[in-house]
Design a protein around this ligand. Sequence first.
Ligand SMILES: CC(C)(COP(=O)(O)OP(=O)(O)OC[C@H]1O[C@@H](n2cnc3c(N)ncnc32)[C@H](O)[C@@H]1OP(=O)(O)O)[C@@H](O)C(=O)NCCC(=O)NCCS
Length: 181
Amino acid sequence: MGQRMDAPAARMLRDGSQVVIRPLAEHDWSTLLRFGRTLPQDDMLYLEDDLQSPEIITRLVNASAAENWRQLVAVDWDDQIVGYAAVRRLAGWSNHVGEILLIIGPAWRRRGLGMVLARAASDAALSLGVAKVVVEIMAEQVGGHAIFERLGFAVEARFSAHARDRHGACHDLHVLARHLQ
Ligand SMILES: CC(C)(COP(=O)(O)OP(=O)(O)OC[C@H]1O[C@@H](n2cnc3c(N)ncnc32)[C@H](O)[C@@H]1OP(=O)(O)O)[C@@H](O)C(=O)NCCC(=O)NCCS
């Protein structure tokens, strides 16, 4: 198993703005909740964990050192969270597989941050010791497809009408995967 990524890493985005990528920490409770409250309702559907719920935020920050989970944040100059990514080892017979989540604050999109944080999450998967990483993306989420395909992921499964948006409309869901070993 590799090392956990604990050292904060500064990154310059293509518009010149700076962020730091670091592990989520217990002291991030209020800034993670603030970040969650900036997310559009449609994006919230994508998340298994409701980042607008104080109870969920408590669960996430309490798990910041969990063995089977790497949670990363991108923070701005004021240590405010502007992006969140996680990779979690699945349970049972898929415990060699890690699932990635990625979400960027609306004001920070299209600057290259999604790519930066996705790469950091993929690297973090190595420290979990998993052999394969997957990410679930609705067919229409072109940004997510572009990011993970650039990182070497390929669509491995398509589920029809498997995701529902907040208006009740169904969308196809793609599972993208990358084999690490
Ligand atoms: C998808 C998401 C993570 C992209 O974050 P981002 O910081 O804007 O991504 P980047 O700026 O690194 O974009 C990387 C590439 O993705 C593509 N892309 C990103 N957003 C796009 C959009 N809205 N439309 C079309 N292409 C898009 C582009 O090819 C882009 O490269 P380019 O800017 O060089 O053309 C962000 O929009 C988000 O959090 N969406 C809601 C949650 C979600 O869909 N997660 C994806 C599941 S992985």
